[in-house]
Design a protein around this ligand. Structure first.
Ligand code: ATP
Ligand code: MG
Length: 266
């Protein structure tokens, strides 16, 4: 196994906290002295706007630039032009221009391997690369799963959340059969958990019943709290925004659990 672990942060459901998890887990690991890169591969650009990046498609210096170079069989632009920095964290932003690139990618040979080709050239600089996926299983998410060592599934306890996770697990199995044999599942992180809610408790139980035997479900649950949204508005991680909040403590505990387990091998 290479020294760098590439992890897709994914779910087949929107708004469950993928970008929030990538940002805060990434921040925690960077603070622990790990070399971390976050890559936004969702054309909504929510991870990127959280760092103050513009959504406008005409702005360059995003993941589109090196992917375009791979598609054209050209040399990658120098990494300083598309890798940005926020404190100890490095990130590659994206914006709406990624949607146009995705359309053009459809006709490229080996299209599922475009992102992998980019990451292969920069991964030696990092210990962890997190790919913040969008909610659909489009070509960019497939690219992420092909480029990854593992998938961190984010879920929130709602009526249909297990269906979303099941769909993702099916997609992972398909990718494993066809495109990336060694893709693993890191685990399932439950986000937006409301303590003492009967519905939350019932759905959590169902999640354990459905996946508990085969997939690690992290002990740490991230609570639903307004501070997470407020931190995002201020373009900060929860640690920078409110270091003693319940959410910061939860993300710290999750970071520790993540490091202690270090990936599940099936
Ligand atoms: N634990 C939480 N408590 C309260 N709000 C949260 C929590 N986690 C995330 N949010 C908020 O919910 C919204 C969706 O979160 P986020 O963008 O991380 O989800 P996502 O899965 O990346 O969404 P998408 O599928 O659109 O990419 C954001 O406004 C975020 O601030
Ligand atoms: Mg997101």
């Amino acid at each position: 196994m290479s020294e760098c672990r590439i992890i897709s942060v994914a779910s087949r459901k929107g708004g469950v906290g993928k970008s929030t998890t990538a940002r805060n887990l990434g921040y925690y690991l960077a603070e622990q002295g790990k070399r971390v890169l976050l890559v936004d591969i969702d054309s909504q650009g929510n991870l990127s706007t959280g760092f103050g990046e513009p959504k406008i498609a005409t702005v360059g210096g995003t993941i589109v630039d090196p992917m375009w170079a791979v598609m054209q069989d050209e040399q990658l632009p120098t990494s300083e032009t598309f890798i940005k920095h926020s404190g100890k964290l490095d990130y590659i932003p994206c914006n709406e221009s990624l949607a146009a690139l995705e359309l053009q990618m459809v006709s490229v040979i080996q299209r599922e391997f475009t992102l992998k080709s980019v990451l292969d050239k920069i991964k030696s600089e990092y210990q962890y690369i997190f790919l913040d996926c969008g909610p659909s299983l489009g070509l960019m998410t497939v690219n992420a799963l092909v480029a990854s060592d593992s998938v961190l599934i984010v879920s929130s306890p709602e009526e249909d959340s297990n269906t979303g996770a099941e769909l993702l697990v099916k997609s992972i199995q398909q990718i494993r059969r066809n495109l990336n044999k060694s893709l693993e599942v890191e685990g399932i992180l439950m986000n937006m958990v409301v303590e003492r809610s009967v519905l939350t408790r019932d759905i959590l139980q169902k999640t354990y019943d459905t996946f508990g035997e085969v997939i690690k479900i992290y002990d740490t649950k991230i609570p639903r709290t307004l501070q997470i949204g407020r931190a995002k508005l201020e373009q900060k991680s929860i640690f920078e925004y409110a270091s003693k909040s319940k959410a910061a403590i939860a993300f710290e505990n999750f970071g520790k659990e993540f490091l202690a387990i270090g990936g599940m091998f099936e």
